[in-house]
Design a protein around this ligand. Structure first.
Ligand code: SAJ
Length: 427
């Protein structure tokens, strides 16, 4: 039975560790965060995720979490790196976590083991960053001292249909042997296709392509929404009917911005890699610029409504619904809500924030309190709790205007109560 160490017990590493444990592998979870380690060893999920929480409960101690690499790496036949690859404040790739993990692993990994990087990286990262670190410990992966591969993670937090066990995967290796071994490993734990690609760069480019594709499509509808706002066209209806075309159209939706540690960041990995290689990704940069402008656009919609009432945001009581970067998760990384709140505050508004999944970040106890304290509301995250809220409460609590940053509320119902409604490309 193989022994596996998953490095990084986050929204990518934890489901993978649970899956390996379900397949009766000997599973270690290595993480720097002692609190996270202790939580996993108590069979409790350190992140808000029902799937992981239920799996950890049922897998009773079948995952040995530790902060000590010596306890797990030397025993492991397979080591999988699932650490974050964010961008820094200048939107440049930050590979620190991958480099540190590789350096630690290289000191304890046994010869001939399989080392897989799942973290999202730009094409060329493994050959130019990871291999030199392994070489410092005298590993020559080109000679299969270690079998080094890349299998980009495809976890979609909160997705109940596609999870780690049934998501098709892509695998590339530094050598054919490495790719073969990695593909064999993933085929042994998942019920979905595992596609071996011709080299590492192809595997590294695949994930970047997937997420950049999503970012530019969101930017496309965000630009169309702004144009349709001028034209008085409801973009949601247009997208809905455009989707009746059975081919060559793929719906994306405008919103208050693009958050998260995938879509909002991965394009910058390709932009920077292109620059290093002498190519200027104008289009990818423009898409990022459009998506990054959406928090401003969202606040501007409210500001324009106030101007009609000869008012300004200064001293306005504004309730922000949602802090998480997307619906029904507790993750606020890169969330556009932060930007919306900062802009509102900079313009002198009194801002009340409520997110049922992010209570610590909220400054009121519940939605009722927020509505009671606010004159205007800006919805940034389309949590189920907001989609299903009793809209009559808007009237009861004398809300004057609703800015629906996810086009998820019943605009006709809101307008029928005499409340001003603005969505993103929808009014
Ligand atoms: N968003 C829009 N319009 C859209 C879709 C998303 O504004 O049409 C916004 C969301 O509100 C959020 C951000 O973009 O702020 C990202 O949303 P997301 O649905 O893409 O969610 P992520 O960031 O969790 O993306 C993950 C990604 N998975 C991996 O990177 C492995 C991505 O590849 C998936 O396509 C995505 O889930 C998914 O399809 O849900």
């Amino acid at each position: 039975m193989a022994t596996v160490t998953i490095v990084g017990l986050g929204y990518v590493g934890l489901p993978l560790a649970c899956l390996c444990a379900e397949k009766d592998l000997e599973v270690y979870g290595l993480d720097l965060d002692k609190k996270r380690v202790d939580s996993v060893n108590r069979n409790e999920s350190p992140i808000e995720d029902e799937y992981i929480a239920s799996k950890l409960k049922s897998l009773k101690n079948k995952i040995h979490a530790t902060a000590d690499p010596m306890e797990c790496i030397p025993k492991s036949d397979v080591v999988i790196v699932c650490v974050p690859t964010p961008v820094d404040r200048n939107n440049l790739p930050d590979l620190t976590a991958v480099m540190n993990a590789t350096s630690t692993i290289s000191k304890f990994i046994k010869k001939g083991s399989l080392l897989v990087i799942e973290s999202t990286i730009y094409p060329g990262t493994i050959e130019e960053v990871v291999l030199p670190i392994l070489q410092k410990e005298k590993f020559n992966a080109l000679k299969n001292d270690l079998l080094v591969a890349h299998c980009p993670e495809r976890i979609d937090p909160g997705n109940k249909k596609f999870r780690v066990n049934n998501l098709p995967r892509v695998v590339g290796g530094i050598t054919k042997e490495a790719a073969k071994k990695a593909a064999e490993f993933y085929r042994s734990i998942i019920e979905a296709n595992v596609t071996e690609v011709s080299n590492l760069k192809t595997a590294e480019a695949t994930k970047i392509m997937e997420n950049t594709f999503r970012d530019i499509n969101i930017a496309f509808v965000n630009e169309m929404a702004q144009s349709f706002d001028k034209a008085g066209i409801d973009i949601m209806e247009v997208i809905q009917v455009a989707s009746t075309k059975p081919f060559a159209f793929m719906p994306h939706y405008p919103g208050a911005g693009v958050g998260g540690h995938c879509i909002a960041q991965d394009p910058y990995y390709m932009i920077e890699r292109g620059k290093q290689l002498g190519f200027n990704h104008e289009f990818l940069k423009l898409a990022r610029k459009i998506n990054n402008s959406m928090p401003h656009y969202t606040v501007e919609l409210l500001e324009n409504e106030l101007k009609k009432l000869k008012k300004s945001l200064k001293g306005a009581k504004v309730g922000v619904l949602g802090l998480a970067y997307k619906a029904n998760v507790d993750d606020t990384r890169e969330s556009p809500a932060h930007e919306v709140i900062n802009i509102l505050k900079a313009k002198g508004a009194d801002v009340f924030v409520f997110d049922p999944h992010v209570k610590p970040g909220s400054n009121v106890n519940d939605l009722d309190e927020l509505l009671g304290k606010s004159d205007y509301i800006v919805l940034v995250t389309d949590h189920k709790e907001f989609r299903e809220m009793d809209l009559k409460k808007l009237k009861e609590k004398r809300i004057y205007a609703v800015i629906d940053g996810r086009n998820c509320l019943d605009k006709e119902k809101i307008k029928s109560m005499g409340i001003t409604y603005h969505g993103i490309g929808r009014s």
